[in-house]
Write a protein that binds this ligand. Structure first.
Ligand code: BMX
Length: 279
């Protein structure tokens, strides 16, 4: 059957009509950070109007934690959501069909396992994006945990109490670039500046990659997975994975790193597939 799948991230919302591993049609818009969940849903709904009657269920992959269908932010800097927004219920009411929601990176991990990188025994997916998210498929099953928080590696804190994602993510790039240049930047413009030879931009990318390598090393020590996949706008940026690899280079226990294969469609593909297996 066919699923309407919605990925609500810190920067953009992707709405797709999905059948198995195929995205039949898609629409993308930017997330208005100052708006609220109900209005993001209304926007997604309006983008999906041309596909009315073509799907039997709706699945959402969202930035933030989903506990029993309710949605809460972990890091309001990535996207602020008031606690326990009844996401599944709101989707069901708006779209008038069965609805399921889960965290975006968990959905992406599941999609990579099913349709992307493939069926490894233990696979970890990390997205370096607006924030830093993660998901794990262990022994063939998606690990969501008791509350849905499993895999939130970006929320790990250093000794000073700083969240990991606040020192490597797209938001961090924007802040660090502004501090370095006195001008406004986003992650994309930092990568463009680095490609044009700007030393300050090079150095920011290298700092982020070094910290992500550290994160991957920690994950390896915790779960010893077969594979760690890197996704997200920054994770997939040209050259980023190579830098992470170079920094992660420890002889015996280095993580096995690879590029995530499903790009920005991992969330919608994973949510759609998960909604067919988890009901
Ligand atoms: C944050 C957290 C995670 C999410 C990750 C990536 C919030 C709102 N989100 O760590 O749940 O998986 O960001 O999100 O607390 P993205 O929007 O950058 O893809």
């Amino acid at each position: 059957d066919t699923c309407l799948a919605i990925d609500i991230g810190g920067t953009k919302i992707l709405v797709a009509l999905v059948q198995g591993s195929t995205v039949l049609a898609r629409q993308v818009m930017s997330t208005e950070p100052s708006a609220d969940p109900q209005s993001w849903i209304e926007h997604a709904y309006s983008l999906s109007r041309p596909w009315a009657g073509q799907y039997q269920r709706v699945a959402a992959a969202v930035t933030g934690i989903v506990t029993a269908g309710k949605w809460t932010t972990l890091n309001p800097r990535t996207l602020a959501i008031k606690n326990d927004f009844p996401l599944q219920q709101a989707l069901h009411q708006r779209l008038q069909c069965p609805a399921l929601a889960l965290n975006d990176a968990q959905a992406a991990a599941w999609a990579e396992y099913r349709f992307g990188a493939g069926q490894h025994r233990d696979l970890v997916f990390i997205t370096v994006s607006t924030g830093v998210g993660g998901g794990m498929v262990l022994n063939g099953s998606l690990r969501q945990g008791q509350t849905g928080i499993a895999g939130h590696f970006g929320q790990w804190r250093d000794m000073a109490g700083t969240r990991f994602e606040d020192s490597v993510s797209g938001r961090w790039f924007a802040q660090a670039a502004a501090a370095a240049t006195g001008r406004e930047h986003d992650a994309r413009s930092v990568f463009t500046a680095a490609a044009a030879g700007a030393a300050w931009a090079e150095s920011l990318i290298d700092t982020s990659a070094r910290r992500v390598a550290m994160l991957c090393g920690n994950i390896q020590h915790a779960f010893d997975p077969d594979l760690i996949l890197l996704g997200g706008g920054i994770g997939l940026a040209p050259g980023f994975l190579d830098r992470v690899r170079a920094h992660a280079d420890a002889p015996r226990f280095a993580p096995s790193l690879a590029r995530a294969q499903l790009g920005d469609e991992a969330g919608v593909l994973g949510a759609a597939d998960w909604s067919s297996v988890d009901q």
